[in-house]
Design a protein around this ligand. Structure first.
Ligand SMILES: Nc1ncnc2c1ncn2[C@@H]1O[C@H](COP(=O)(O)OP(=O)(O)OP(=O)(O)O)[C@@H](O)[C@H]1O
Length: 251
């Protein structure tokens, strides 16, 4: 079931609006959220996760509304969010970090341990299960963040720039992981990286200036590239085609 933004407005201060009367529903499947710095991608995901509440309007998953205190617990069990900054509990090993996240979302101790091992396997980190997080690279730490988001069987996974800091090999592994989750969970991932669009995602959403500027299938998005574009540069050219001429700044 997709997240719905209904007439949603939000600003960090009284004066500046980041989102204004946004009516939008994320597509099902794997969705990549693109847009320049400051377009509002993280804000959209934070509001979608219920970490922030809209100033006006609502964010819903089925009948659950993030503004309702009673709905927020069930909402957060169904929608997992990985923020840009991954905070880990000092002293815990990787598998314990993930199990702890599951326990916080209501899993029993044994179930949390079992699901933690499963989640680490999904992100190809089983071999690091007993490492301390301080021993991990930035890319591996992001995969721990994804495992923590996966551990409690949410229906929707919101990932804020999970591939930042990953080397090309790690990124390939990560895209393979996302491709493998296709059809099992709805994923929305914000990034500046347009590699592997066809094999990893079903839909593309482009944000500009706090608005949804483009929404469509990956194939519709790639058609925005000029016909003579060399094969390896189609996604990048499509992104320029979609965003060209539009103001990148928030009004
Ligand atoms: N905590 C905050 N306090 C005040 N303004 C903020 C805060 N976080 C974001 N903003 C502002 O909100 C707007 C949208 O920022 P946001 O981080 O959502 O964009 P983004 O598309 O995720 O950017 P990036 O690609 O750089 O991560 C920007 O103008 C930004 O300066």
């Amino acid at each position: 079931m997709p997240i719905q933004y209904v007439n949603c407005s939000f600003g960090y201060s009284r004066r500046g609006a980041v989102l204004s009367s946004l009516d939008f529903t994320f597509p099902s499947g794997n969705t990549v959220l693109l847009g320049p710095n400051g377009a509002g991608k993280s804000t959209l995901l934070k509001i979608g996760s219920s970490a922030l509440l809209p100033r006006k309007g609502s964010v819903r998953l089925g009948e659950l509304d993030t503004r309702s205190r009673r709905d927020r617990g069930p909402y957060r069990r169904r929608v997992a969010w990985m923020p840009q900054n991954i905070d880990c509990v000092p002293g815990l090993r990787v598998v314990e970090q993930v199990a702890y996240a599951g326990w916080l979302k209501g899993l029993g101790k044994d179930a949390a341990a079992e699901k933690a091992s499963w989640a680490l396997a999904q992100v190809d980190l089983t071999h690091q299960a007993d490492s301390r997080v301080s021993e991990l690279s930035g890319g591996q730490l992001r995969r721990v963040g994804v495992a923590r988001a996966l551990v409690h069987d949410a229906e929707v996974l919101l990932l804020d720039e999970p591939t930042a800091g990953m080397d090309p090999r790690q990124r390939r592994v990560f895209h393979k992981v996302l491709g493998g989750l296709r059809g099992r969970i709805d994923i929305v991932l914000s990034t500046h990286d347009v590699a592997d669009l066809e094999t990893t995602y079903d839909s593309v959403v482009v944000m500009l200036g706090g608005r949804i500027h483009f929404r469509g299938d990956v194939s519709e998005f790639l058609e925005k590239a000029p016909p003579e574009t060399p094969a390896g540069r189609v996604a990048e050219a499509a992104y320029h085609g979609v965003t060209e001429g539009a103001s990148p700044c928030l009004s």
